[in-house]
Design a binder for this molecule. Structure first.
Ligand code: HEC
Length: 255
């Protein structure tokens, strides 16, 4: 190999390394959010405090209707840094055993009777819809006497889900655009008519914690995958340095 071809080789190698680093840095949830027009929420699945708070919110307000069938309570313990006892005492309200998946206790027939549809499993929700969508959805419920549950939602219009967090966020009402030229009335803005137990900033934080927890659930190996990625890159960098030193050594006598 001449010096010129060697330089070309090194350029290709660094381009490859860069591509690899970028690919590893782009998480699946970031890709799923492409093209979404909802306000961006900053979530970090490595933030244990957020994961723990989000899990607690989920178990208190959501698991009555929604399952996370791909996650077992013992996996949860590992990810949240909690013991078996802590998980069973504080997060398992369904009577499930430690090795069992997180499954809602609500029979599907009852759900269909009450809501007209079965609440979907949320294991892959953030992967499918994106974190921004989920956070926006949880902030966009408003009172609507025309629906069966008394609630409507601007992100998922006519959502069959009764808003479970109203005591925290409070009650929002919609400011409507009057119907015009045959078009139906549209929501222009949501206003907080009765505050809940949390301030708007605290509620935003709660939603972000819940979304962080659901993002981890959608992609549980993300917690370990990024560590592996770091080692792969470190290995490649060291290998490149090693190859350079070796090349110098080999060519020393030729020149
Ligand atoms: C009383 C039952 C009930 C509770 C409690 C409940 N949900 Fe739901 N949820 C539903 C139903 C029913 C739907 C289906 C809505 C539809 O498609 O019209 C739904 C839909 C959703 C969706 C949208 C799914 C999609 O992509 O279409 C998300 C996200 C969601 N729920 C999150 C939550 C979270 C987070 C909580 C806890 C804070 C929660 N839900 C609590 C019944 C419930």
């Amino acid at each position: 190999m001449t010096d010129k071809t060697f330089r070309a080789f090194m350029r290709t190698l660094s381009a490859l390394l860069l591509t690899l680093a970028v690919a590893l840095a782009a998480s699946p949830s970031a890709l799923a959010e492409e093209g979404a027009s909802y306000p961006h929420v900053n979530i970090n699945v490595h933030d244990r405090g957020a994961l723990q708070r989000g899990a607690r919110l989920f178990m208190n307000y959501c698991v009555g209707c929604h399952s996370l069938q791909y996650v077992r309570y013992n996996q949860l313990a590992g990810a949240l840094g909690l013991t078996e006892k802590q998980v069973l005492d504080n997060l398992d309200f369904t009577g499930a055993k430690f090795r069992e998946p997180i499954v809602s206790a609500m029979p599907e027939a009852d759900a269909t009777k009450w809501f007209g549809k079965v609440p979907p499993d949320l294991s892959l929700e953030v992967g499918n819809r994106g974190a921004d969508w989920v956070a926006a959805y949880l902030k966009s419920f408003y009172l609507d006497p025309k629906t069966a549950s008394g609630w409507n939602n601007t992100v998922l219009v006519n959502s069959a889900m009764p808003f479970p967090l109203w005591q925290l966020q409070g009650e929002q009402v919609a400011v409507m655009n009057p119907p015009e030229g045959g078009n139906a009335a549209t929501v222009t803005e949501l206003k907080l008519a009765h505050p809940g137990s949390l301030t708007p900033a605290q509620y935003d934080q709660a939603v972000s914690d819940l979304t962080t927890f659901l993002a981890y659930v959608s992609s549980p190996d993300e917690l370990t995958r990024s560590h592996i990625g770091m080692w792969v890159i470190l290995y490649l960098v060291l290998f490149t340095l090693f190859a350079l030193v070796l090349k110098k050594e080999y060519w020393k006598d030729v020149h």
